[in-house]
Unconditional design. Sequence first.
Length: 320
Amino acid sequence: MTAPRIISETGLLSALPMAAAIDALRAALRAGTDPESDPPRTIVPVEHGQLLLMPAHRNRYAGVKIATVAPDNPGAGLPRVQGQYLLFDAPTLTPVALLDGIALTTVRTAAVSALAADLLAAPDARRLVVFGTGPQARGHLDALRVVRPLTHVTVVGRTPANVERFVEAARRDTGLTVEPGDPTAVATADLVACCTTARTPLFDGTLLAPHTTVMAVGSHERDSREVDSTTVRRCTVVVESRAAAAREAGDLIPELDSGRLDPTSLVPLADLATGVATADPARPTFFKSVGMAWEDLAVAGAAYEAAEEDGRSGPSAGIG
């Protein structure tokens, strides 16, 4: 049996540009992927964090991501989230690729937000506010540049030194106007990306303009919140899956549990991608992502096919 192709972080990013990852997710939804049928994420508490298991199956491929979340790791200079993704040929369930799980998660999370923004945001959206300074914050900047003509980026973070490093790198790499700011910057934003581990809301939802699109991706935990109740109630709320949102979307669960938010009002991303639904242009829009296994599978399959075609990765490439 041929050994699975090993696709490192470098190999994945080389084989699958962000635009291709966005297209893979859009194509998956338009081809009939039903996020509601995804198996629930298995979360096993352990002494220093969580073990996560995320399996999926669709057409040509099956796959499973095994990931860990260790909240104390950043203090030791280690990633908070780590893991690997094993991709299988669906008809035979033969392993065909082992992908760097963190690179895959970073790419697919930003790509699904960019897909949502492409379906929701004004075509001329230029001003982005990013909360956070980690890999997801940078991934969202890169992804949102693919779908909208960004010119100005405001970065909001808790640690000034981290904000400054992020700003300097983003200026150098993108050529955009990038500057540090505070939460009130959302008042003039076209796009807001929340990429943090916050437990309490990051900004005042009354400040949002009617045309603003907000994306929150920081957590799949019920007790974490990046946006306030005002934001949820003011916005058209879009989710990957109503069932997953009810289980894991801490930004929405208090409103759902209290009855202030009708679960049937949540707009599935698939309905937007297939043209079944549209958002109210008179209201802000809020996309809450918890991250789902179908997204990992769509991006992993596309990365594997691209790597097979161009030969950029291989068994000697190692795991990033």
